[in-house]
Write a protein of this length. Structure first.
Length: 484
């Protein structure tokens, strides 16, 4: 090699990012590792090398009543006025313009502010000892209503689906923040050695917010959700190639682990620990994942209770899998079902979606309760916002008898670990437009969920770009009234 060539190579070392990251004593990898270990100590735990097990079970800041979460996310925004929040005034003034003093200048995506009021087509009745009022579209949920805490006074800042879903899952309308599941896994680790600690199941189409809804954001990627597929292998590339045995892939995996461990010792990058853990987990999942997905050993009574048809993907199947996942130590199970965006024919849309989800949602609560799992499993149900008390009708779009997006007031329910059963919190005005008491913002909901897990939402933080971030940003108060 001539002198000019050597000089070019030597100079290139000093201007490349790779050389800088490798040689610099305060390289970004080192800072990331220091941030991770420092955050561990801030949580009250013992600092651990990233190579040991970044998903090892962790103690929360205090004794929480929930050890795990199942989140039934109803993407598209269910109509609270057709499911939970009965308004006789809508029936009385049906077809008349909404009063201007109620709208107060609010703008909507698809309707005019003075659109006509629109009464629900569903009948409502009180159920259980608690007397909660539910729509006839929820006959199965009515059977377990005494286990629920129904919040009729939810409110959010986001108006459209993608930012609304991202806010509900991550605490911010901006992309790039860790979701609730990632924060949970970061704080508590996982009790499962053979399955991911955070599993994502989807039963209806795509997601407006995309992968950000289950992403790890700026947290190490070990904490992000792992989507399971509806058919075939739950996760791609788990099966061995044709002509190989289960034992054969172990040898190159050992070599890969040793090389990665050496790289981790030299670079100190927690993402290398993520890669090591991912390969090890994939190997163990070759046996655990097929066993998880095989529901043939479930009793006929259980399958009937959920409405599961073996071999057929559905929301019901995902609810059953959620129970099986938490039995195997999975910390957070996220179910997505995006089918609730009813800008037209809202009554038909609600009937269609409740036929797909109501039985299984109620069955999940029954199943968890009879197995002794509900008391320390927090179950959450809800969408990104609500629907308007006014009708949406637009002949240009072929829409009639629908409802537009409504961030000012909507309904969610919680059950299980740390939640007081058989209560209804909050009220809206006579038209269901504004919250009138016990307002619960998305940040308040997140603060309450973290409290149930044993965390002060102000102290579960991660340092990134020079500041401490948290799920609730600079907001949020625990909703004491729904705590057991």
């Amino acid at each position: 090699m001539n002198y000019q060539s050597e000089l070019r190579n030597e100079t290139a070392k000093y201007i490349t990012r790779r050389w800088f990251f490798h040689q610099c004593g305060v390289g970004l990898g080192s800072m990331a590792l220091a941030s991770l270990l420092g955050a561990d100590q801030a949580l009250g735990g013992t600092a651990r090398p990233a190579a040991v097990n970044p998903l090892a079970p962790r103690r929360p800041q205090f004794a929480g009543k929930a050890r795990r979460i199942i989140y039934l996310f109803m993407g598209g925004a269910p109509s609270q006025l057709d499911l939970f929040d009965y308004k006789p005034s809508l029936r009385k003034y049906n077809g008349q313009p909404v009063p201007k003093e109620v709208v107060m200048g609010q703008k909507y995506a698809f309707i005019k502010p003075d659109a006509a009021l629109f009464a629900s087509e569903f009948k409502f009745a009180r159920h259980g000892q608690c007397g909660a009022e539910l729509s006839e579209a929820l006959p199965h949920l009515a059977q377990v209503v005494d286990d629920l805490a129904v919040i009729k006074s939810m409110t959010t800042d986001a108006f459209n689906h993608a930012p609304g879903q991202v806010l509900m899952q991550t605490g911010s309308t901006q992309f790039g923040r860790p979701c609730l599941g990632a924060w949970t896994l970061y704080g508590l680790g996982s009790e499962s050695e053979n399955l991911p600690g955070f599993v994502v199941l989807n039963s209806a189409g795509g997601l407006s917010g995309g992968a950000a809804l289950y992403g790890g954001g700026f947290l190490p990627t070990i904490y992000q959700g792992v989507p399971f597929r509806k058919t075939g292998d739950p996760v791609l590339f788990l099966s061995n190639p044709a002509g190989t045995t289960h034992r054969l892939p172990r040898r190159p995996l050992h070599l890969l682990k040793d090389l990665s461990a050496q790289h981790l010792d030299r670079m100190g990058d927690p993402e290398i620990a993520t890669r090591i853990n991912s390969f090890e987990m994939a190997y163990r999942m070759q046996a655990s994942a097929p066993e998880l997905m095989d529901v043939s050993k479930e009793s006929p009574e259980t399958l009937k209770m959920y409405g599961v048809e073996p071999g057929k993907p559905s929301f019901a199947m995902n609810c059953l899998l959620a129970r099986r996942l938490i039995e195997r130590g999975v910390r957070f199970v996220q179910l997505f079902h995006e089918g609730w965006d009813h800008h037209s024919e809202v009554a038909n849309g609600v009937r269609d979606q409740t036929q797909k989800t109501d039985q299984a949602s109620a069955a999940l609560l029954k199943d968890l309760k009879q197995r002794g799992l509900l008391e320390d499993t927090l179950v959450i149900w809800g969408g990104e916002f609500g629907r308007t008390p006014m009708v949406e009708a637009n002949s240009d779009f072929g829409r009639k008898l629908g409802r537009d997006h409504h961030p000012q007031a909507f309904t969610m329910w919680l059950a299980g670990g740390g939640i007081k059963p058989g209560i209804t919190l909050g009220q809206t005005d006579e038209f269901g437009f504004h919250v009138t008491n016990d307002k619960v913002h998305v940040h308040d909901l997140h603060a309450t969920i973290l409290h149930c897990l044993g965390f002060n939402h102000e102290k579960l933080t991660y340092r990134f770009q020079g500041r401490d971030y948290r799920l609730t940003d600079v907001h949020g108060e625990v909703v004491e009234k729904i705590l057991a």
